[in-house]
Design a protein around this ligand. Structure first.
Ligand SMILES: Nc1ncnc2c1ncn2[C@@H]1O[C@H](COP(=O)(O)OP(=O)(O)OP(=O)(O)O)[C@@H](O)[C@H]1O
Ligand SMILES: [Mg+2]
Length: 416
């Protein structure tokens, strides 16, 4: 069967093979989709390559899932060109992820009334090497007493880069010695000093793709393969909804589409600590049980975007959010409700789920069939072999195989 329209999804990749293979396989298995209006659509995928490009070249892609451009400038500039000139839809757009990083996300969420721990931005330990800086620094840099700032915030504290990611440069400091050592070592990184939320009840890490959010129980001190615990109902109904709202609000606010949000939960209060991840971890060896959901959500959302010709919005429009934030008549709960409505409107949540029901009714069964197939096991085995040394292959085959079997069982039950 041929389709009326074919939509091309580009994958701009780093070193990952596991989820791209899963995504490509599922997109191919999805087949031709027929909409209520009688039109038929097909989704194709293609891995992007890096090569010279003329700024007037037209992009062939309708959407690009970007996992690279945060670090590499050539593909980043291609994405910006494709977005500006051909309206290519980006997950995520460098227009917001370059300028709006962890620090901006803290600021926005503070204004929205969320419980971001007390945070101070400290000037560079070693300013960038620039001949003009010496003059500016001598004339305008005010000396400051880091120790007394820390004393007034109270130990322990976290010192971490304002735009951080991947634990780079993060330290937890217990006293002035550790504080000074961490600051000395920060060198040319710009650092936040942040109040530590200690003795929290649970660390929740939420992965959000379009309007879909999975809130997972995270164990940061465990090795990578054990960080996401399979746990249902580990948050109360209210805390779970608040975690979803915070995750979706930060994404809708910044126009992020594919992001993970870290929150510490203590006595039913939610403290967001990190929620600007341009490239959230979706490896099968990290997400295991949750991997099929992540692939489904990525496929559903990107299909919805291309098939319905969703318009990409690349500029932040803070006004409607701050109107709610600045309304003193609303309490925290009322504000969360109002933000959620804005997030739902941004992501067209109702229309999205209706699309999933009408155009993708076969998706759940199709994903279940594939995850239960030998094809998926081969992918899991090759990922394990590429990730771990040979003496650990058997152990991880059992570990991840068991978690996937558990998902298959739960999913079979839930699909009835
Ligand atoms: N304010 C805080 N209170 C308690 N723990 C914190 C706080 N800030 C950071 N942490 C701990 O330090 C870890 C790393 O901090 P953060 O997430 O901000 O940095 P990162 O570089 O983004 O790291 P990652 O890539 O692992 O998320 C967190 O996962 C958490 O365990
Ligand atoms: Mg983090």
């Amino acid at each position: 069967m041929t389709s009326d329209r074919t939509h091309l999804i580009g994958l701009l990749l780093g070193a990952e093979e596991d989820w791209p293979t899963a995504f490509e396989t599922l997109a191919a298995r999805m087949g031709v989709l027929t909409l209520g209006d009688g039109t038929s659509h097909e989704v194709r995928t293609e891995r992007m390559t890096i090569e010279p490009f003329n700024l007037r070249d037209r992009a062939r892609h309708d959407l690009v899932v970007d996992r690279l451009a945060y670090w590499y400038y050539h593909p980043r500039e291609w994405l910006k060109k494709a977005s500006l000139m051909d309206d290519v839809y980006l997950l995520n757009s460098p227009f917001t992820f370059q300028s709006m990083e962890k620090h901006s996300a803290y600021c926005a969420l503070i204004r929205l009334g969320m419980k971001v721990p007390e945070t101070v931005l400290v000037p560079y330990k070693n300013p960038v090497d620039n001949s003009r800086w010496a003059y500016t620094s001598a004339k305008y840099n005010r000396s400051f007493d880091l120790e007394s700032i820390a004393d007034s915030m109270g130990y322990p504290l976290f010192m971490k880069p304002f735009d951080g990611g991947g634990w780079r440069g993060v330290s937890r400091v217990k006293d002035t010695d550790e504080l000074n050592r961490a600051y000395d070592q920060s060198g040319e990184m710009l650092m936040h000093l942040q109040e530590s939320i200690d003795d929290y009840d649970v660390f929740a890490r939420a992965l959000t793709i379009g309007p879909e959010t999975m809130v997972m129980k995270f164990q940061p001190d465990e090795p990578m393969h054990d960080r996401y615990a399979v746990s249902h109902g580990f948050l109360s109904e209210t805390a779970g909804q608040e975690a979803r709202t915070i995750s979706q609000v930060v994404n809708a606010f910044f126009r992020w589409e594919f992001n993970s949000c870290e929150m510490l939960v203590k006595d039913e209060e939610i403290y967001p600590i990190d929620y600007a991840n341009a490239c959230p971890d979706v490896a099968v060896t990290s997400l295991h049980y949750y991997f099929p959901w992540a692939m489904k959500a990525l496929l559903r959302w990107s299909t919805f975007c291309v098939v319905t010709d969703r318009t990409a919005r690349t500029q932040v429009d803070s006004a409607p959010w701050f109107e709610i934030a600045d309304d003193d008549a609303l309490d925290y709960g009322a504000k969360l409700g109002a933000y959620q409505e804005l997030a739902d409107a941004h992501f067209e949540t109702d229309r999205y789920w209706e699309f999933c029901e009408t155009a993708l009714p076969h998706l759940d069964e199709m994903v279940l069939d594939w995850v239960a197939s030998d094809d998926f096991r081969t992918l899991l085995t090759s990922t394990i072999r590429a990730t771990y040394p040979p003496h650990e292959w058997d152990r991880f085959e059992g570990h991840f195989g068991g978690l996937i079997d558990l998902w298959i069982k739960d999913e079979t039950n839930s699909l009835g």
